[in-house]
Write a new protein. Structure first.
Lengths: 246, 431
């Protein structure tokens, strides 16, 4: 039985991932802001076979409250083997261009909160010399685009942070997994009207996350074809890129 | 995956806004026009369509709420698929109490059409196994309904075609099984008389009975078919679990691949290759042979197809089925999938429940426009004269006059329908 902490557990991607863990009979500690929805997910995971589930509410932007929640998870589960950090908000790019407060808020939720959590977790995992820190970043962090560069920049910060942390924790046998989903059909993207062939269902992404954790991968694009797409996008010369409508 | 906002027969076409529902505590959206729940679009016609309005896509309501492994009582959100329940329940020794011929239906859709299966003679409809559900109305009220709480809304919502509000979650009883296997026996019959005799003989000892009938056959072979009867097998029956092969029709061909020639050839082959006798089969190919080919509905081409499922009362059954089959054979357009089953005489769970005492016949017709529609109208004449009914879940064309004949209690629905809810089907039959 694995002891698993999920931050942003009400996220559609995280929820389906948790179902896979529950069916395997793991123990789960679920964290997000909405208590009622956490309860609904907990009941579902209990039915599906989770050995133990518990929940706590946290606004991850409240960095000072993070330590207590992590301690609570450690206590409830009797240690931690895997942490999945999944919370996020799809920034309103237009709003962030007008308001520094909005920009700061997006960075607090999508970048700083995650790096703060990882700072706390890295130390306990490093001392324990085992376990997996899996974090959902995004393909959007691979290159800034005019349509969502604030969100992209926050995810880029997370990606860079993880790559450094991976080097540091490799010595301690701790896995650090960077998860880069492409377009996923979830409540976060409910407003996108025409979802074409590039869009994936949360189930496919969740299965990929669990596989990557099991196989101790470093970085995964989900679905896998995004690795190719981003390879191309990353290599377009800036002189051309700046004229594209992406 | 088929597009949200289409039905299985790919006819009629409808344009509607789609709003996904994801959380059971969330309110319904406020919409300009009217709305309709949409499960997994496995209805053939327009009961799940709402042209010009909004569809509330319920698949995101897919959480379990509670399961009691002692009693087999399951409570879950209404967007959970039967396929998911089977994956969950079968390894734990439980099965769906009633299942239609596809496992890709939602719990809400199964309730709203009060679906039946091959065990109707013993188990009735899905609605008969329900214990309670929560209904969310457009005015924001949530009403827990059961046979003893809001019994009027309970029986209006079972087979209620999505018109009384959104079923948010439901609780029902699963069936105990000893293994995922089915002990099946196949028998040929030469004519309808033999079919009725086999049905009558099999009802007591077999939980599941159904027949396939060759509706392309004429002359001496008229009324020939295969009778399948089965029970859940005991635990020792077999060991190997087959994973059903997944084929799929990858795109819609520009024209229908179903015509008189291919039909006759297929039927001949199917009938000759069928083996009589006993076999142990896994529940998936037994209950869901069509699910093995993803989106098989595409083979009928862009114009889609129509399914016709009727029931005719016992006294008139043999004569009416004969007349229906003769009509269909003369038209040369019936499908290779004609299914025949005897329903038992049971108290219906819903005001608009389709199953009733008698014999049900179901088959597909490629949409050939006016010719197809007038043939189906002629079939309606036969069914109505016999005092039968046509199944709304499969229908895209019955007239309001016929609907009101088939469902004489339809007026009891009116005060229970949510004022903001409507469907393509409902507007058609209320004209
Ligand atoms: C291959 C195949 C075989 C079939 N075999 C059978 C059979 O043997 N027996 C049988 O009875 N049927 C059979 N059917 C029909 C099918 O079982 C029904 O049409 C079923 O209702 C489809 O469920 P769905 O979830 O796809 O619902 P949809 O088709 O999307 O919707 C069906 C109705 O349910 C309503 N609805 C959906 N969700 C809710 C909700 N949460 N609250 C309120 N209303 C809701 C909709 O408004 C609509 O009126 C078959 C269909 C196929 C494709
Ligand atoms: N969907 C996509 O296309 C896509 C693509 C690439 C990457 N991603 C990333 O995948 C992850 C999951 O996204 P999703 O698509 O599953 O979205 P989602 O369903 O909208 O989930 C996001 C979750 O984040 C939580 N959250 C937001 N702000 C929070 C805060 N301040 N404190 C605590 N929790 C907070 C929310 O939970 P509460 O409201 O309960 O707090 C919400 O359930 C995110 O990191 C996202 O950036 C998504």
């Amino acid at each position: 039985m694995k002891k698993i902490l999920i931050i942003g557990a009400t996220s559609a991607i995280a929820e389906v991932t948790a179902r896979i863990f529950a069916a395997r009979g793991e123990a789960l500690f679920l964290v997000a802001r909405n208590a009622e929805r956490l309860q609904a997910i907990k009941a579902d995971l209990d039915v599906r076979g989770a050995v133990r589930t518990a929940t706590a509410t946290l606004d991850v932007a409240d960095v000072a409250a993070q330590q207590a929640i992590i301690d609570q998870a450690e206590r409830e589960l009797g240690g931690l083997d895997i942490v999945l950090i999944a919370h996020g908000t799809l920034s309103d790019q237009g709003e962030c261009e007008k308001s520094v407060a909005a920009l700061r808020r997006e960075f607090e939720v999508n970048a700083l909160s995650t790096m703060a959590l990882l700072t706390i977790l890295a130390n306990t995992f490093e001392a324990r010399r085992t376990g997996t820190l899996a974090v959902i970043s995004s393909v959007a962090g691979d290159r800034g685009r005019q349509s969502n560069y604030v969100y992209g920049a926050a995810k880029a910060a997370v990606t860079a942070f993880l790559s450094g942390l991976r080097q540091r924790l490799a010595k301690s046998n701790v896995d650090v997994l960077t998860i880069k989903p492409g377009f996923v059909d979830t409540p976060m993207t409910a407003n996108v009207a025409n979802k074409g062939a590039l869009w994936a269902k949360p189930d496919a992404v969740a299965a990929g996350i669990v596989r990557a954790i099991d196989k101790r991968r470093n970085v995964v694009y989900l679905p896998g074809f995004w690795a190719l797409i981003m390879l191309v996008i990353k290599h377009i010369p800036e002189a051309i890129f700046k004229k594209l409508k992406l | 995956m088929s597009a949200i906002g289409t039905s299985w027969g790919r006819y009629p076409h409808a344009r509607q806004a789609v709003v996904p529902l994801h959380w059971r505590d969330a309110a319904l959206p406020s919409t300009e026009g009217n709305m309709l729940p949409y499960g997994n679009g496995r209805s053939y016609g327009d009961v799940c369509l709402n042209d010009g309005g909004t569809l509330l896509h319920t698949r995101g309501l897919d959480r379990y709420i509670a399961f009691d492994p002692a009693s087999g009582i399951l409570r879950c959100e209404a967007g959970v698929l039967f396929a998911d329940i089977l994956d969950f329940a079968v390894p734990r020794g439980w099965f769906l109490p009633v299942t239609p011929g596809t496992r890709f239906v939602t719990v809400g859709g199964a309730i709203a059409n009060d679906v039946h299966g091959k065990n109707h003679h013993g188990a009735g409809t899905f609605g008969e196994h329900l214990l309670r559900f929560e209904l969310l109305r457009s005015d924001g009220t949530r009403i827990e309904c059961s046979p003893t709480q809001h019994a009027d809304l309970y029986s209006a919502t079972i087979a209620g075609l999505g018109l009384t509000g959104v079923i948010v979650w439901a609780e029902f009883r699963l069936l105990r099984i000893a293994s995922p296997w089915m002990a099946q026996e196949t028998r040929r019959f030469a004519n309808l008389g033999e079919f009725f005799a086999l049905s009558a003989q099999s009802e007591r000892d077999y939980a599941y009975t159904v027949a396939w009938i060759d509706c392309a056959a004429s002359g001496d072979s008229f009324g020939r078919g295969l009778f399948f009867r089965a029970n859940h097998a005991p635990v020792t029956a077999a060991t190997r679990t087959p994973r059903q092969r997944r084929l799929a029709v990858p795109f819609t061909p520009p024209f229908s691949l179903i015509n008189g020639l291919s039909l006759r050839a297929f039927n001949e082959l199917y009938f000759r290759r069928a083996r009589e006798g006993n076999a142990i089969v896994h529940y998936e190919p037994y209950f869901y042979p069509l699910d093995a080919v993803g989106e098989w509905n595409r083979i009928y081409g862009p114009r889609g197809f129509l399914q016709y499922q009727c029931v005719v009362p016992p006294a008139a059954a043999e004569a009416a089925v004969t007349e229906l089959l003769k009509r269909i054979a003369a038209s040369g357009t019936g499908s290779f999938l004609a299914v025949l089953k005897v329903f038992a005489d049971r108290a219906p769970a819903g005001i608009l429940s389709f199953p009733r005492a008698g014999t049900t016949l179901a088959l597909d017709f490629p949409n050939r426009g006016a010719a197809t529609f007038s043939l189906l109208d002629r079939l309606d004449d036969i069914v109505a004269a016999a005092g039968g009914a046509v199944y709304p879940a499969k229908d895209a064309r019955m007239s309001g006059v016929r609907f009101r004949q088939y469902f004489p209690h339809w007026q009891s629905m009116l005060p229970r329908i949510d004022p903001k809810f409507s469907s393509g089907f409902w507007r058609r039959v209320m004209e």
